[in-house]
Design a protein. Structure first.
Length: 297
């Protein structure tokens, strides 16, 4: 039985509209660099996640074709955020026999992202760059994906940057493809998070560590990140969550939270991700409202 081959495609940062309060003048806001991972053996391949824009999907399809892997049997979606599966629609034009799948709870979340309301939001970020009718994944039967005679194991890890998240474990290679559970050299997507969801996210990182991986291939990776070393990535992701948690509990405004985390992590990629998190902290907004509420006499 031949060995599995794993290759990763990394998109660049994508510019997004720049009219943001508290944003550094002259600095272009961007969407984070994103990965898609190809696992192949014996003339078959599975793609894990598939980027976002029409152009990215076309480039990803050409990359798969150049890889000479033979038949693309499946595109698996780790979680329901559009930037990890809207590009599948274009990939499927080049590989129409591939199936687009996700765990059932992820498939439900992804289907919601293809609704008219969400499409309007995503189009505002990427005008003219998205397919008008993105394909949504179908529910995966069972928890494994087969490539040749090899099984890849999909694992539900609960709430991270979205309520339903999964990872893909390749036991024979000691590799975990983490989607957005772990990040590599980049600010983590914490918009709308609370102390409770960040605690759940810590448990998801523990679940990855319990698999004893050698490498973790993250859904978002800075192009200059040194490697995919699992211990480093998991430690850094945990540390970021803990430090953000502390800052979110002690800061009273988005500007203060943005500055506190940037001061600690000045070199991490994609500060827009942090900007979005700082401006969408429900617990901080409640504290601010209570502080400024009129006092009864």
């Amino acid at each position: 039985m031949n060995s599995l081959q794993v290759s990763t495609y990394l998109s660049g940062y994508k510019p997004i509209p720049n009219s943001l309060p508290d944003w550094e003048p002259g600095r272009q806001a961007t969407w984070p660099a994103t990965t898609a991972t190809l696992i192949s053996v014996d003339g078959q391949a599975v793609l894990i996640d598939s980027l976002m824009t029409i152009t990215e999907g076309a480039e990803l399809g050409r990359w798969i074709a150049r890889s000479a892997v033979g038949e693309l049997t499946s595109i698996y979606v780790t979680h329901g955020h559009a930037d990890h599966f809207f590009g599948a629609t274009t990939v499927l034009e080049q590989f129409p026999d591939a199936r687009l799948v996700a765990r059932p709870e992820v498939a439900d979340a992804a289907r919601e992202q293809t609704s008219a309301g969400y499409l309007q939001v995503w189009t505002s970020f990427f005008p003219g760059q998205l397919t008008k009718h993105p394909a949504a994944p179908n529910p995966l039967s069972g928890n494994t994906l087969s490539v040749g005679q090899h099984d890849l194991v999909t694992i539900d890890v609960g709430h991270t940057d979205i309520a339903a998240s999964s990872v893909v474990h390749i036991p024979e290679l000691d590799i975990v493809i983490s989607g957005d559970v772990a990040y590599n050299g980049m600010h983590m997507w914490l918009a709308g998070s609370t102390a409770a969801t960040r605690h759940s996210w810590m448990k998801a990182l523990d679940a990855i560590e319990a698999l004893h991986p050698r490498e973790v291939i993250t859904g978002h990776k800075d192009p200059v990140a040194p490697n995919d070393d699992a211990a480093r990535i998991l430690d850094e992701s945990r540390s970021y969550l803990a430090n953000f948690n502390h800052a979110a509990a002690s800061c009273d405004s988005p500007r203060d939270l943005l500055r506190a985390v940037l001061d600690r992590y000045p070199h991490l990629g994609n500060p827009y991700t942090l900007w979005a998190a700082a401006h969408d902290q429900p617990e901080m907004l409640v504290r601010a409202a209570e502080t400024h509420a009129p006092q009864s006499s």
